[in-house]
Design a protein around this ligand. Structure first.
Ligand code: FES
Length: 144
C-alpha cells in the first residue's frame, strides 16, 4: 500500500522537481583563482568567482549575468576589474555591487554549495539579493 502511495506521489511530481536542470557543476574549489572572472559559464547565465567578501573572508559565489537595470548581459572588463553593461553603462564591482550607471541594485547571487568531493555546485533556481540581506545566507556562498 505504501509503495502504491509513493508511486502515485512520484507520478504527480515528476523527476524534474527533484533534479532541477538549473543545477550545474562549476569545478573543484582548487580551480578558482582569487579575483579572476572566468566567462566559462556566462552562456548559461552565471559567473562563478573566488574573492574576498566585505568581511575579508575568502569565498566562492555565483553571480547572475542579468543586469539589474533592464536585463542586458554585462561584460567583465579585466583591465578595469569591473562588469560593464553595454546597454546603458551600468557598472558592477567584482562582488556584483553596482556603482555606476542606472542599475538600481547589485547583480543577484545563485545558490551555491560544495559537495563532499570538493565540487562546486550552482543552483540557478534559487537567487539571493544583497539589498534585502540575502547575501548573509550561507547558501549564497562557499567559505574557503
Ligand atoms: Fe544594463 Fe540598462 S540593462 S544598464
Amino acid at each position: 500500500m505504501l509503495g502504491l502511495t509513493l508511486g502515485t506521489v512520484r507520478f504527480m511530481f515528476p523527476n524534474v522537481l527533484s533534479e532541477p536542470p538549473s543545477t550545474f557543476k562549476a569545478g573543484d574549489t582548487s580551480s578558482f583563482e582569487e579575483n579572476k572572472v572566468d566567462d566559462k559559464f556566462k552562456e548559461i547565465g552565471a559567473w562563478v568567482i573566488r574573492a574576498k567578501d566585505e568581511r575579508g573572508r575568502d569565498i566562492i559565489y555565483a553571480l547572475s549575468t542579468t543586469c539589474t537595470h533592464l536585463g542586458c548581459t554585462p561584460n567583465w572588463l579585466e583591465s578595469e576589474k569591473k562588469f560593464k553593461c553595454p546597454c546603458h553603462g551600468s557598472g558592477f564591482k567584482i562582488s556584483g555591487v553596482n556603482f555606476e550607471g542606472p542599475a538600481p541594485r547589485p547583480l543577484e547571487r545563485y545558490a551555491i554549495k560544495k559537495n563532499d568531493d570538493g565540487q562546486i555546485i550552482v543552483d540557478k533556481s534559487r537567487k539571493f539579493q544583497k539589498e534585502i540581506g540575502q547575501w548573509d545566507d550561507p547558501d549564497s556562498y562557499v567559505l574557503l
